[in-house]
Write a protein that binds this ligand. Structure first.
Ligand code: ADP
Length: 394
């Protein structure tokens, strides 16, 4: 059977079609500029990539084109072969701790949670409704970025602010990238051949987060109420003294919205270096002697090491450290710098093994006290697997 994993943004729709249970990718791509003119889509199938400019007034038309491509390219004979569509949802609040079928009640709840993810949840609902219209017989499911983190305890998810903020405004830590942390921790357990493990999973991309995972369950994670907590990211500041915000707002007369933009889009590696949010540019800057790029990278690495260290203590040990996402999978320099700084824990990087990009492998020496691995993430497959199991139960 065919399962689609989709990620709807306000003007985009990313998709991957899997044959299940073989997990073979049949088709993948993205529709862009939906509803805003000059729209197009790129699609990869049968080893070929193509781009087409088309009118995409809404997400429903995008799904219709996707179905037409599937049929024209003989990937399916009819719509009925698509048994499930899994939708990525950014914010499931404290309400959703697992993948669910997208019933009217579930959609209403996702809508209610929009105040916590104003850009993302409403767009996902548009995607679900469009998919339901175009593929009424397929089971629609919702897979939450936050669900994996719902096993955190109060001591981990509460903030030390007036308790009424939690009661009245749901202010607490929800985390993000849960589907990725779940995928790589499951895969790590498969590699280790056991499930009673203590893992530290580092999803370091443009957005970045670290999770402490014990026996397959999340104990703590670095992102918070929003994705702007924890690590220094491409353009997000991550953890800092909260009073910096009110201090600078008073000094400059900046509005909350302007401040939000700066903290999310003009901070992090970009803010410190003044050069770029992209790790590759930072690395290039360092190689050409740019001091601020070096400072940005040193701070970036230090923060990651701080989180790994505190999760090592929280978990009372660690069976493996996992690196994933754009930087985690590809930056040889960043991984080495992190692991070198963890030498006090008996961790020893294997420089030759570490000299790769995007490949699943162990990157520490055999006598390293804790092994570290690169495990390329696959959120789409995780979405498809969850959806497939709900289709089987349906
Ligand atoms: P997101 O999904 O959060 O947008 P990704 O996980 O795709 O981000 O990661 C994107 C980031 O990965 C880029 O901004 C870049 O910093 C980093 N990256 C990609 N390739 C490399 C590389 N070869 N070396 C260093 N960093 C890389």
């Amino acid at each position: 059977m065919i399962i689609l994993a989709v990620n709807a943004g306000s003007s985009s729709l990313k998709f991957t079609g899997f044959e299940m249970p073989s997990e073979d990718v049949l088709i993948s791509g993205v529709f862009e500029r939906i509803g805003i003119g000059n729209s197009f889509y790129t699609i990869k199938l049968n080893g070929e990539k193509k781009k087409k400019e088309v009118d995409l007034p809404n997400h429903k038309v995008a799904f219709e084109i996707l179905i037409k491509e599937l049929i024209d390219n003989k990937i399916v004979e009819s719509l009925d072969e698509i048994k499930g569509v899994g939708h990525r949802i950014v914010q499931g609040g404290a309400y959703f701790d697992k993948t669910e079928i997208a019933t009217a009640e579930v959609i209403e709840k996702i809508d209610e949670l929009s105040s916590l993810a104003p850009l993302h949840n409403p767009a996902a609902i548009v995607g679900i409704k469009a998919a339901k219209e175009v593929m009424p017989k397929a089971l629609q499911t919702v897979v939450f970025d936050t669900a994996f983190h719902q096993t955190m305890k109060e001591t981990e998810y509460m903030y030390a602010v007036p308790y009424s903020w939690y009661k009245d405004y749901q202010v607490r830590k929800y985390g993000a990238h849960g589907t990725s942390h779940k995928y790589v921790s499951q895969r790590m357990n498969e590699i280790l051949g056991r499930y009673d493990t203590k893992l530290i999973t580092c999803h370091i991309g443009n957005g970045a987060s670290i999770s402490a995972v014990k026996n397959g369950k999340c104990v703590d994670t670095s992102m918070g109420l929003t994705p702007n907590a924890g690590l220094i990211m491409g353009s997000r500041c991550g953890d800092m003294d909260a009073t910096v915000v009110t201090y600078v707002m008073e000094k400059t007369g900046m509005s909350p919205k302007e401040m939000d933009t700066i903290l999310n889009k003009q901070s992090g590696l970009l803010g410190i270096s003044g050069v770029s949010s992209d790790s590759r540019d930072i690395e290039e800057g360092i190689n050409s002697g740019n001091e601020r790029c070096k400072l940005a990278q040193d701070m970036y690495v230090k923060r990651i090491v701080e989180y790994i260290s505190k999760y090592y203590v929280l978990l009372e040990g660690c069976d493996a450290i996992v690196f994933t996402a754009g930087v985690g999978e590809n930056s040889i320099m960043t991984r080495k710098q992190i692991l070198d700084k963890l030498g006090v824990l008996g961790i020893k990087v294997d420089e030759e093994a570490n000299n790769v990009r995007g490949i699943e492998r162990k990157i520490t020496t055999d006598d390293s006290k804790i092994p570290a691995y690169i495990i390329p993430t696959n959120e789409e497959l995780m979405i498809a697997k969850d959806t497939y199991s709900l289709v089987l139960q349906d």
